[in-house]
Design a protein around this ligand. Structure first.
Ligand SMILES: Cc1cc2nc3c(=O)[nH]c(=O)nc-3n(C[C@H](O)[C@H](O)[C@H](O)COP(=O)(O)O)c2cc1C
Length: 363
């Protein structure tokens, strides 16, 4: 039996195999953040293609600073929640589970219809430049330092968005703690110069994420799946590494392991390579060993032998596919039928999904 096709459990939710679609921003919602039929067709392709679960694109969660991109979907009120319902239902009809990724963009925000300002742990710009394929250009804005009261608001907003996700029918939520967005900004020494309980030691810099996990869990109850995504690299600083390597990984993952999380989703340039220098653990193995929680591994894992090895060696429990899923929405079905995967064509990501004709979506 191929371990990639073993049934598995994330929290109390059963997945028919070990393949998930990685979260991918597609900027194809309505301008007011409503999910739409185009997105339904987009997500249905993955469900038809045999994925055990789909993690949505990052969804914004309040009407202030969390939105990162124009045409990003939101889940901030009943109207936006209702718009997700048909999408989740359609995906469920194919026996595929669906997880909402809840995202606060922080200082990596480059398109927010509620405000021109951005917030971050400290008033420090992200490195790099805004993403042109999501309509940005030039350096990121200089963010405003988020206040303790605003931090409390963000916690409430995560909890509210989690409740709405549950109401929409999602099987779980994933807190976006990775890729240089707000929670990862708190974790990052060069972006967080705070003097309060949310700055200083690595433990303090993780505190905001821990409080969000707690707030979300309290809001949704113990039966609803709650995960977190963690990375070293950032949208605005792809090569970033934690300064104390595996030691930092130990601190972060062991603290996350003591929470009520159901899983940790890690992403790396190459999810099967040592993440902290020669002879060190992969991100997935570090997360698994140090947290004891189920782990989803991500990053260049389209090649089934590579993915299978991670699972066989006990380094990961699940595999998420990003670009190889974009190129092969039916990757799990293809792989189980020993069919080759199509190469990912970068042009596809440079084109917002809104511009792809429905007919192409049906291919
Ligand atoms: C178009 C695109 C959009 C993405 N948007 C998100 C996102 O919203 N949230 C997130 O956590 N990661 C996002 N990512 C990162 C992917 O989830 C994944 O980590 C990355 O593509 C590497 O995995 P892969 O080698 O399987 O493609 C995005 C990636 C791509 C290509």
């Amino acid at each position: 039996m191929d371990p990639l096709y073993n049934i598995g459990k994330l929290g109390k939710v059963e997945l028919k195999n070990r393949y998930l679609v990685a979260p991918m921003t597609r900027v194809s919602a309505e301008t007011d953040g409503q999910a739409n039929e185009r997105m339904e067709k987009y997500y249905e392709r993955y469900a038809e293609g045999g994925f055990g679960a789909i993690i949505t694109e990052g969804i914004y969660l309040d009407k202030s600073y969390s939105q990162g991109y124009h045409n990003q979907p939101g889940i901030t009120d009943v109207k936006q929640m209702e718009a997700w319902k048909p999408i989740v239902e359609t995906v469920h009809q194919h026996g595929t589970k669906m997880i909402a990724q809840l995202m606060h963009a922080g200082s990596q925000a480059q398109g927010n219809r509620f405000t021109d300002e951005t917030v971050a742990p400290s008033s420090i710009r992200p490195k790099g430049e805004q993403l042109p394929f999501y309509g940005g250009s030039g350096p990121y804005k200089e963010p405003k330092e988020i206040t303790v009261n605003e931090i409390a608001d963000v916690k409430k907003a995560f909890a509210n968005a989690a409740i709405l996700s549950k109401e929409a029918g999602f099987d779980g939520i994933e807190i976006h703690g990775a890729n240089g967005y707000l929670l990862d900004q708190f974790l990052t020494d060069y972006l967080n110069h705070r003097q309060d309980q949310y700055g200083g030691s690595l433990e303090n810099r993780l505190q905001f994420s821990l409080e969000i996990i707690e707030a979300v869990r309290e809001a949704v109850g113990e039966d609803f799946m709650v995960g977190i995504r963690i990375s070293q690299g950032k949208v605005a600083d792809q090569e970033h590494k934690w300064p104390n390597g595996e030691k930092d990984a130990y601190t972060i993952f062991s603290m996350l392991g003591k929470t009520t999380l159901d899983y940790i989703h890690v992403t790396d340039g190459d999810g099967a390579a040592p993440s902290f220098g020669v002879g060190t653990k992969t991100m997935a193995k570090a997360a698994k060993d140090f947290s004891g929680l189920p782990v989803i591994a991500n990053g260049g894992l389209g090649e089934p032998d590579k993915a299978r090895k991670l699972i066989n060696q006990g380094e990961a429990d699940y595999i998420s596919l990003g670009t190889s899923a974009l190129a092969n929405p039916d990757a799990p079905n293809r792989i189980s039928n020993h069919m080759p995967l199509k190469e990912f064509n970068a042009k596809e990501i440079l084109m917002p999904q809104a511009q792809i004709k429905d007919i192409e979506l049906k291919e």
